[in-house]
Design a protein around this ligand. Structure first.
Ligand code: FES
Length: 288
């Protein structure tokens, strides 16, 4: 996404108009939240990142009003706040969709299908990188590696994981989002709106039912390398079943216990997260 010089806080000789103020009730509410955030840090300016998430949770993006608020609370200049807000891509600088659909196109996801997913979503949604659908529901963008490479290719919706995607499953996902149909991330907490996500990132507890309990965990794909290093399994074959049934590990038939079904490769297949026609990892057939 590009930003104008005024958005970057760069003066071109014309004095900038003051940022519009929040309504009194909004400012009072945000000040209460801001005091709680600032109190967590020995140095108040350390609270800038969560404060930017807080103002983003109010308007859906970081406005000049929000940056002025952060500057006032922390005793910083608006230039200092703007420099931070424009550096990190998690802060939006303009209005966008309720759901930020980020397709990882870093190396591993790209070669596993991330590039194809991104191209198909561009065509399907009729928007480019950073573009928002006309209904205001979905903003599409490239994202960088989210440390979920073992579940590549990964799509993130408001920073929740949708693992092992394909162009078909990703298109179904955005269709569901636009139609208001519920979607379930492969792991982690339930999906919420971008504003709700921003408030959680500001450090306020996620009080939705089951959100904490659904915290997610490393799954077999994440642990395969560790098991290989420990000599617990043969490198010949590591299989991640998608139906919860017995599977072949290193030549031995392994019947996983329910406690091993903790992450995406073992996720219930009635979620919208994965495409069962395209399992990640080698299958028994491929190893033969
Ligand atoms: S390359 Fe996509 S999550 Fe790492």
């Amino acid at each position: 996404m590009t930003t104008s010089s005024s958005e970057r806080g760069v003066s071109l000789g014309m004095p900038e108009l003051p940022a519009p103020a929040y309504p009194d009730d909004v400012r009072a509410r945000l000040e209460t939240d801001a005091r709680e955030i600032v109190a967590r840090y020995p140095d108040s300016r350390s609270a800038l990142l969560p404060l930017l998430h807080l103002v983003q949770s109010e308007e859906g993006h970081v406005t000049r009003t929000g940056m002025q608020f952060c500057a006032d609370v922390l005793g910083l200049t608006t230039a200092e706040v703007t420099a931070v807000a424009t550096f990190y891509t998690m802060y939006r600088r303009g209005p966008s969709g309720d759901y930020q659909v980020g397709v990882c196109t870093n190396t591993l996801c790209a070669v596993m299908g991330g590039d194809a997913i991104f191209e198909s979503l561009q065509e399907h949604l009729g928007v480019g990188n950073g573009g928002t659908t006309e209904d205001g529901k979905v903003t599409l963008e490239h994202i960088e590696c989210n440390a979920a490479c073992d579940f590549a290719p990964v799509v993130m919706v408001n920073w929740e994981f949708f693992d092992n995607q394909t162009p078909a499953s990703a298109k179904a996902l955005v269709d569901d989002l636009r139609a208001g149909r519920p979607v379930t991330p492969t792991r982690g907490a339930p999906l919420c709106t971008f504003k709700e996500t921003a408030r959680i990132l500001a450090g306020f507890p996620d009080e939705r039912d089951g959100a904490v309990a659904a915290g997610g965990s490393a799954g077999p794909a994440s642990l395969a390398g560790l098991k290989l290093a420990k000599g617990e399994v043969s490198a010949a074959r590591v299989v991640h079943p998608r139906d919860g049934g017995p599977h072949d590990v290193g030549g031995d038939v392994h019947d996983p216990s329910p406690t091993e079904h903790l992450s995406s490769h073992d996720a219930p297949q009635d979620t919208s997260a994965s495409d069962p026609a395209h399992p990640a990892g080698p299958t028994a057939e491929e190893g033969e």
